[in-house]
Design a protein. Structure first.
Length: 524
């Protein structure tokens, strides 16, 4: 048995022979052995159920946050791998972490446990293959760069320059969590500049995020990230809302009523569907740091651009992030297809207002031969996905809307002299966009029966009730105690509130003053 070698030159042990030959799919007893991590601790970690296209770099990136690695062996035909650490404690941390957090390689779940090997022995006549060496050297280069840069720092300070599109806490979490576990985020505006503090669970993940994302754009040509290390050692988060989040403390309050109403839609489960559209962002990512960091990353790019820190493919592929959060390819389009509309009542302006709750609508096209269908072009794929998340299956004009990504990337305007009966309209330069500046406060929730009104100080309660009663029954109304220019109004149904929002948002209430209407989660 001792003379039986793998193709790489590593000797088989009698216990690992069973494990290596087991795919984990045909034998429940063997699968249970994998899942319960029953082997004693070892410097060598055994990873199974890897995707068919997994490479050594994928295996190394799984182990990178946990410490220095000294050997890696990929068994492609078995969809399995072995990863050896310099210290057993690093392997213990890795196995412990992935027992409670699913390990993923190229969006496929894989399983991590201790190997029965205490070390990976290679045959002297068969050295570690070139790709494995390159992956380890690149990872060690990054680890060395961390030691000379941020040290043990786990907190990054992020400044966003050249902001053209809103930056939310959810966008930051979705983007930075690909590099490791995020514990806390605090966002704020300082000197008219959007900033954030992001605390990772370990310094390696923080360093990987900094080296990969510093000086990159969230969207093409704008929203540039400037990242450095914070001097803080811990973030103190008091509230879980749209400005701050402690992911280790879901029990924290959201703050006062205003904080509640300004919180991000859907709570902790709400951001998963709304952020698939960072596609096209992070483009132009050819330069990934300088000095030792750049050399480490250059080594990774030299492996075909496939080095994958927790799902973000770097190097030449950094610009292709349409699949953030497991979204499908269609989430990379800013164009939405809306169906099951009332063709007698739908207008481009109505759709502009409704979908404008979730982003800036650039163009609307009602289909000429199928007027219960329309195409809506949002400013970017992120906003398109956000609108899909909140408006799919919403009720309007007695029908349930269906909202989905379109196969189109843009809406063509009619050619000069060509008329389409006003079914296509361009809103790019509209003064009524809700998301004109990053600092603009928008109440983003799914359709609700309670509406938040702004700029109503010039109106009396009876006037407001009369306006909204045209679209349904007004159940309740109140001005804000400390700010009479804001109010809450409750309609009898969500559909009535949606209709009222469509007709009364941007209603002129004074010279250069328009009422703003948003969905609210508050109660009256």
């Amino acid at each position: 048995m001792d003379g039986d070698y793998y193709s790489s030159g590593m000797k088989r042990g009698p216990d690992d022979m069973m494990q290596v030959s087991d795919t984990g799919d045909s034998n429940d007893a063997k699968k249970a052995k994998f899942d319960n991590g029953g082997n004693p601790p070892s410097r060598v970690v055994h990873i199974r159920s890897l995707p068919n296209d997994a490479a050594e770099t994928d295996v190394v990136q799984l182990g990178l946050p946990f410490g220095k690695m000294t050997n890696v062996l990929l068994l492609k035909q078995k969809n399995q791998a072995f990863l050896e650490f310099q210290d057993e404690s690093c392997a213990v941390n890795m196995v412990s972490y992935f027992r409670s957090n699913a390990a993923q390689v190229r969006l496929k779940t894989c399983y991590v446990q201790f190997s029965t090997h205490k070390e990976l022995k290679t045959d002297s006549s068969n050295s570690l293959n070139t790709s494995a060496q390159a992956a380890l050297q690149a990872a060690q280069g990054l680890l060395g760069a961390v030691g000379g840069g941020g040290g043990e720092t786990t907190i990054l300070r992020v400044i966003v320059d050249n902001v053209l599109y809103p930056v939310t806490l959810e966008v930051l979490h979705q983007l930075f969590s690909r590099f490791g576990k995020i514990l806390k985020i605090i966002t704020f505006t300082k000197n008219n500049t959007f900033q954030a503090l992001i605390q990772f669970s370990d310094p390696i993940s923080a360093a990987a995020a900094k080296d990969s994302l510093d000086n990159q754009n969230i969207y093409n040509g704008c929203n540039t990230l400037k990242i450095d290390y914070s001097r803080l050692t811990n973030l103190n988060v008091k509230y879980n809302n749209d400005k701050s989040r402690d992911f280790t403390r879901p029990d924290l309050p959201t703050g006062d009523s205003m904080d509640n109403d300004m919180g991000y839609g859907g709570g902790l489960g709400g951001f998963g569907g709304g952020l698939g559209g960072l596609g096209g962002g992070l483009g132009g990512a050819g330069v990934l740091g300088s000095g030792a960091n750049a050399m480490a990353m250059a080594g990774l790019r030299g492996l075909g651009g496939d080095f994958n820190f927790g799902g973000n493919q770097l190097g030449n592929r950094l610009g292709n992030m349409g699949n953030l959060g497991g979204m499908n390819q269609s989430s990379g389009t800013p164009v939405i297809l809306v169906s099951n509309l009332d063709e007698e009542k739908v207008t481009p302006d109505a759709l502009f207002v409704l979908f404008g709750v979730y982003g800036n609508v650039h163009r609307v096209k009602i289909l000429f031969n199928k007027k219960d269908n329309a195409l809506i072009q949002m400013a970017d794929p992120t906003q398109a996905q956000q609108a899909i998340t909140y408006l799919d299956k919403a009720r309007l004009w007695g029908k349930q809307l269906r909202v989905a990504p379109s196969k189109h990337q843009m809406i063509q305007m009619p050619k000069d002299g060509q008329s389409d009966a006003g079914l296509t309209k361009d809103y790019v330069n509209s003064p009524h966009h809700r998301f004109k500046r990053a600092s603009t406060k928008n109440y983003i929730f799914p359709p609700t029966a309670v509406l938040h009104l702004y700029n109503v100080a010039t109106l009396e309660e009876d006037d407001i009730r009369s306006m909204f009663s045209q679209y349904g029954t007004v159940k309740a109304f109140k001005f804000f105690n400390n700010d009479r220019k804001m109010a809450l109004i409750e309609m009898s149904t969500v559909e009535e509130a949606t209709l009222a929002l469509i007709h009364l948002h941007n209603y002129q209430v004074g010279d250069n003053l328009h009422m703003r209407v948003s969905f609210s989660r508050s109660t009256i």
